[in-house]
Write a protein that binds this ligand. Structure first.
Ligand code: PEP
Ligand code: MG
Length: 325
């Protein structure tokens, strides 16, 4: 793996027809951070803050969180880091904190829903993120937002923390960029209003896909039933990318889909210009990007999206083979 990293680390992720894309890593622990540098990624597109919460046996306070986030920011050495606020519940359980188990956890009391119902927890986390980013840019995003009003509520908590810090003369980040994860299909229908309010969007395709097809992302019996390359799902992503581009809102995708070359190629074809993935995928995805002729794919894709097929995998494969991607 180290050799593969080394071979592509310093090559820019530019397509064969000259389009620069941004490739970022997903991280959740301090040991992930060195891979930001040895993979040559542009930044951390998803920092899952719940991971350090999950490996502890007590709830970390503001000081412990500030210390942790500061180390991440420092070790990123100026590369951007997108911090996602706590996404517990669903498949991520904190044994020391959550008493009851929801009957339907993926659709239960999780992520921002907990954050808004227990604002002290979210505010402490935001306070730690603000402190850890003093004098720098902070990028923060909220998970599992289901409507614009939820985003407004989450953002209001952030504003209150910024005001509080300012009143206390605490040093603040130079800029705070606020975004959210697009993981719940309901939000797609509110994109026009939402795009007016956010600095960036990141599609969480793992959750968006499971809710799109009503198919549990962890159920092995369903693992092969639906394809992320289904025309309907790609049509949704294509529409999101077009709308984001029209409003000039930066858009990324950080689910598993981004880590497979054919899927990543389809995403670029849909209009995505930024992807985030586990570090080991950077080298193969960059290799794909550098051999891809993107413009012809972008021209072909819209007609494929109308096909009644189960999946566009074979079309995309033929394109890749013809182009020798
Ligand atoms: C996603 O849902 O695609 C995502 C990146 O978030 P997680 O996998 O942590 O739920
Ligand atoms: Mg998710």
């Amino acid at each position: 793996r180290q050799e593969m990293f080394a071979a592509t680390r310093d090559l820019p992720p530019v397509t064969a027809d000259g389009q620069r894309v941004s490739l970022n890593i997903n991280a959740g622990l301090l040991i992930d951070i060195p891979h930001l540098h040895d993979s040559g990624a542009d930044g951390i597109g998803l920092y899952r803050t719940e991971i350090p919460f999950m490996v502890r046996d007590t709830f970390p306070g503001v000081t412990a969180q500030t210390e942790l986030y500061s180390r991440i920011v420092e070790q990123a050495e100026g590369k951007p880091v997108v911090f996602r606020t706590l996404d517990v519940g669903g498949d991520k359980v904190l044994p020391y904190w959550q008493g009851e188990v929801d009957e339907n956890p993926a659709m239960g009391w999780r992520a921002i829903r907990i954050g808004l119902d227990r604002p002290a927890v979210l505010r402490q986390q935001i306070r730690a993120l603000l402190r850890a980013s003093e004098g720098r840019e902070l990028r923060i995003m909220f998970p599992m937002i289901s409507d614009v009003a939820e985003f407004d509520d989450a953002r209001a908590l952030l504003e209150r923390e910024i005001e509080r810090a300012a009143k206390k003369d605490e040093k603040l980040p130079t800029v705070v960029k606020v975004g959210l994860m697009l993981e719940v299909p309901s939000l797609v229908w509110q994109l026009p209003a939402l795009l007016e309010k956010v600095d960036f969007l990141s599609v969480g395709s793992n959750d968006l896909f499971q809710f799109h097809f009503a198919a549990d992302r962890g159920n092995p019996r369903l693992a092969r039933r639906y394809d992320v390359l289904a025309p309907g799902f790609l049509k949704l992503l294509h529409s999101v990318a077009n709308q984001a581009q029209e409003k000039d809102v930066s858009l990324s995708l950080c689910g598993d889909m981004a880590s497979h070359p054919l899927e990543a190629m389809a995403l670029l074809g849909c209009g995505f210009e930024s992807l985030s993935m586990p570090a080991p995928s950077i080298a193969p995805i960059k290799t794909m990007v550098r051999s891809l002729k993107l413009d012809p794919l972008r021209d072909l894709l819209p007609s494929w999206l109308e096909l009644p097929d189960h999946s566009l995998r074979s079309h995309l494969k033929s394109y890749a083979e013809e182009q020798r991607v």
